[in-house]
Design a protein around this ligand. Structure first.
Ligand SMILES: *Cc1c(COP(=O)(O)O)cnc(C)c1O
Length: 366
């Protein structure tokens, strides 16, 4: 008998490959591969997690994350009844197609949009519709032109990973206004805290447009330095939350993670320090890498996409060279960007080491 077959779409998926954390022969590495925070989490979050681990691990967590939603709502000025928490924002990226799309439905995402989107879309048998970008930026006209009667959801990471580019508030509004009202717009604002442009907005006001068709996702994995705790959240219309709450994991955020995230969101001084560190290094690292000979896509996140003049071969050689010095950055061939590497902003000394190694690489190839 033939073995059991998976549902439509599953075999289109290439499993997500996380950034390496180790290099053979190195006890310690400099990991600039996964956009993790070089500042780590707030000490208050670590203490809260330790306390939570010390008591009550036999008990299920709060399935509604009420205290966490209240804490997030207080910091962002949002109604906690319009917030959902999840096992990383990645869970939310999967719940949307699961809740709204099936075989034959289309979901739009951008050419260099976060690679988790096509995975989540294929996982429910829907059709991923990839829209070309303009100089590594989302192109609103092209996105609107890709809409068909079968379009259910439009995914936009703003700023986007791995490019670091963002769409200004007016452009996002133009996108929303140009979509049918029954198309859900997912704005993935995982890096919102890092952006300092006055024309940027994560999009909460679009959620409040009265049409129940926009959701903004956020995460504790990036500026909060809690990637290991797996906590994400979204601000959404109540009718959308009703769908997501029916299908999410009941106890999707652990007790330890809820405790850590509550303490983390209440420590905005820590967030401010992480933002300041990033704002110091983003221009400095970008300029220095350009000086060395790389083409740098202007970034608004905590990472930089660099393009090698020598293309894929040189990017691979640079990656190997960096690894030989204990430095892990992110190859992005899975985005069809084999001539580029994505580099996360690290600590002062990690950034200096990266720059020294990259300069040595170019010196050696000259
Ligand atoms: C890192 C990242 C996330 C966060 O994922 P989590 O599951 O919350 O860790 C979401 N979207 C984008 C674009 C990211 O780069």
């Amino acid at each position: 008998m033939a073995p059991i077959k998976p549902r439509n779409g599953i075999l289109n998926i290439t499993a997500y490959k996380a950034g390496d954390a180790k290099i053979k022969g190195f006890d310690r590495v400099i990991k600039l591969a996964s956009n993790e925070s070089p500042m780590g989490p707030s000490p208050a979050a670590v203490e809260a997690a330790q306390n939570a681990a010390g008591e009550g691990l036999n008990l299920y967590p709060d399935p509604t994350c009420t205290e966490l939603r209240n804490a997030i709502g207080a910091v962002h000025g949002l109604d906690p009844a319009q917030i959902i928490c999840a096992n990383g924002s990645e869970e939310l990226l999967h719940l949307l197609p699961k809740g709204y799309a099936s075989d034959g439905d289309e979901i739009i995402y951008c050419q260099y949009g976060f690679i988790a989107y096509p995975i989540a879309i294929n996982a429910v048998g829907a059709t991923p519709v990839m829209v070309p970008e303009d100089n590594y930026s989302a192109n609103v006209d092209a996105m609107l032109a890709a809409v068909t009667p079968r379009t259910k959801i439009v995914n936009l990471a703003n700023p986007n990973n791995p490019t670091g580019t963002y769409l200004a508030k007016d452009e996002v509004r133009r996108l929303r206004d140009g979509l049918r009202d029954d198309i859900l717009l997912m704005l993935d604002a995982a890096y919102a805290e890092y952006v300092e442009r006055p024309d940027y907005d994560a999009g909460f006001d679009l959620v409040d447009n009265g049409l129940d068709n926009t959701i903004v996702t956020r995460t504790f994995s990036k500026i909060y330095g809690l990637a290991g705790a797996r906590v994400g959240w979204a601000y959404a219309p109540k009718s959308v939350l009703d769908i997501l709450n029916r299908i999410r994991g009941t106890f999707n955020v652990s007790r330890v993670s809820q405790a850590a995230a509550i303490a983390a969101v209440r420590d905005q001084d820590h967030v401010a320090r992480a933002r300041a560190h990033n704002l110091k290094w983003l221009p400095r690292l970008s300029a220095a890498l350009e000086e060395i000979g790389l083409d740098v896509t202007p970034s608004h996140g905590n990472f930089i996409l660099v393009h090698f003049p020598g293309g894929a071969q040189q990017a691979a050689a640079a990656n190997d060279f960096l690894r030989g010095r204990g430095i892990i950055v992110r190859p992005v061939g899975n985005y069809d960007l084999a001539g580029s590497l994505r580099i996360t902003i690290g600590t002062d000394s990690e950034n200096e080491a990266l720059l020294a190694a990259m300069a040595a690489f170019f010196a050696q190839t000259r």
